[in-house]
Design a protein around this ligand. Structure first.
Ligand SMILES: CC(C)(COP(=O)(O)OP(=O)(O)OC[C@H]1O[C@@H](n2cnc3c(N)ncnc32)[C@H](O)[C@@H]1OP(=O)(O)O)[C@@H](O)C(=O)NCCC(=O)NCCS
Length: 182
C-alpha cells in the first residue's frame, strides 16, 4: 500500500519528529551530516510546514520535503514563493516515485496557504525527478541572495525550477531572494 502524506506545520514539530527528519536528512545527504545531525533550516531558511511519508508497515518516516514561505522580489514586484527544501526519499524506498506524492501534497498546501509560485534549486541531474511532478525549469536570469548580511549572486551550480500556483510563470526581471537560498 502507498503511504499517505502528512502535512505538519512547523509550530507543531516536536523534538521527536525533528530528530526523525534529521535522521533521514543525514542518511540522504551524508556530505552534510554535520549540519543535518541537529538542524533542518538549510542556509538559515526555516520551513513553515513539512510533508512526511511514513511506511504503512513500520510507521518509519521514509520521505520528507520542507517548504519555506518567502516574499522574493522579481523586478519591481514582490511574490510569495513556496520554497521547496530538504527533499528526500530513503534509499530503501526510492524508484517508486514517492517524491511526486511529497511534491504534489506540498504544492497543494502551498496553494491553500495563498502562495504564488513554487521554487526550488537542484542539480541538473535531478530535473527529471521534479519534472515528473510537473515542475519546470526556469530561465537562467540573474539571482541575488543575502548571506551573512551581504547581497551576492547566487552561485550558478544549481538550476532553478518552478511550479505554478496563483502565478503560472515567474514575472520578468532580476530575482532577489530577500534572504539566503533554501
Ligand atoms: C531525489 C529523490 C528524492 C528522488 O526519489 P525518487 O522519487 O524515489 O526517485 P529515484 O531516487 O528513483 O530517482 C529518480 C531518478 O533520479 C536519479 N537521481 C536520484 N538522485 C540523484 C542524485 N543525487 N544525482 C543524480 N541523479 C539522481 C536516479 O538515478 C533516477 O534516475 P532514473 O529515473 O533515470 O532511474 C531521492 O533520490 C533522494 O532522496 N536523493 C537524495 C537526496 C536528494 O538529492 N534530494 C534532492 C535535493 S534537491
Amino acid at each position: 500500500m502507498f503511504p499517505k502524506a502528512e502535512i505538519i506545520d512547523e509550530r507543531t514539530i516536536d523534538k521527536a519528529l525533528h530528530d526523525e527528519i534529521c535522521h533521514g536528512l543525514v542518511e540522504c545527504f551524508p556530505e552534510e551530516a554535520d549540519f543535518f545531525t541537529d538542524h533542518r533550516s538549510w542556509h538559515g531558511s526555516v520551513p513553515c510546514f513539512s510533508v512526511v511519508l511514513r511506511s504503512t508497515d513500520t510507521d518509519r518516516l521514509i520521505a520528507h520535503a520542507g517548504v519555506v514561505d518567502r516574499n522574493v522580489h522579481v523586478g519591481k514586484d514582490s511574490i510569495r514563493v513556496a520554497g521547496l527544501q530538504n527533499v528526500f526519499v530513503l534509499p530503501s524506498h526510492r524508484g517508486r516515485n514517492m517524491s511526486a506524492i511529497l511534491l504534489t501534497t506540498a504544492m497543494k498546501e502551498a496553494s491553500a496557504r495563498g502562495m504564488d509560485l513554487g521554487m526550488l534549486f537542484c542539480t541538473a541531474q535531478l530535473e527529471t525527478v521534479y519534472a515528473r511532478a510537473n515542475w519546470t525549469r526556469a530561465d537562467s536570469r540573474p539571482i541575488t541572495c543575502t548571506s551573512d548580511g551581504h547581497d551576492k549572486p547566487l552561485p550558478g551550480k544549481n538550476i532553478v525550477m518552478i511550479y505554478p500556483l496563483a502565478l503560472r510563470i515567474l514575472p520578468d526581471g532580476p530575482l532577489h531572494l530577500q534572504g539566503n537560498d533554501w
